[in-house]
Design a protein around this ligand. Sequence first.
Ligand code: NAD
Length: 307
Amino acid sequence: MRILVTGGAGFIGSNFVHYVLDKHDEDEIVTLDALTYAGSRDNLDGVLDDPRHEFVEGDIRDRDLVAELVEDVDAIVNFAAESHVDRSIQGAEPFVSTNVQGTQTLLDAAVEANVDRFLQISTDEVYGQILEGKFSEDDRLNPRNPYSATKASADLLAKSYQTTHGLSVLITRTCNNFGPRQHSEKLIPKFLQKAAAGEELPVYGDGSNVREWIYVEDNCRALDLVLREGEPGEVYNIGSDEERTNLEVTEAILNAVGGSKDQITFVEDRAGHDQRYALESNKVKELGWRATTSFEEGLERAVDYYL
Ligand code: NAD
């Protein structure tokens, strides 16, 4: 399979590129990434010279470039996005532009080139918050911040290309990822580095917000499976059942690096901060997938990587 991976120099995208090239000897990947502040060639160290891999620096909104790249691919996996909620609160424009318009550009090109499969990488945040129970794929979309609103918009657009144009679209909605190659603005890498340096760890609100955490390699394995064996037109939740409050995550990080609880400070809550996300993931489990890395095990590996 020849795959166009967009956003492949970012956190999850780069882990996916490494994973696929390692697992599937016959596959080829073209990575398209604009190298925004969030992307880095370093994330592709080890595969930049691989003859089965080509890196193209460019924008998913560049119609001509995208049309050229999709000509000879079998599948598109779209990771490219503005991905940080806090930044979307400061300004939503780049989120609408890349996450919505960029996805539309890719979808148009995929239809034009008759690409076999289009995997849209989405998030649990499109469902909004859930105080009890878990979201299933049929639950309504109820995004509550500009980032998740643009991701939900992209999901709807992608679905519409399946019904309108017959494009084979698959959508995955994953919980919070952590592990190697994540940008230092995100909670776990940021807190690991601050904890080890003896600095303060600023926890939003009272730290009671709950997230479900998945080790990035477990997610990549699920994405790869959905890409190859998922049913076109379907949505697949990818959750780990590893729920932690932000305060629990912070304490685990301090424990892992020998920091002190005195380093925790509580700061003004994020505007519109969703209280809890949780996913029911039976559909992807029916394809034979299970998360195999516990939060504690993943955190140990993250400590090794970041410190
Ligand atoms: P990231 O911010 O680390 O990476 C995004 C990548 O996209 C970067 O390399 C960036 O340079 C690239 N990019 C941004 N705008 C682009 C454009 N216009 N054209 C081409 N490339 C562009 O993000 P991530 O955490 O790896 O997330 C990847 C995808 O997974 C996103 O779509 C995100 O919504 C989704 N997701 C992330 C998580 C998570 O916990 N990180 C959870 C669920 C879903």
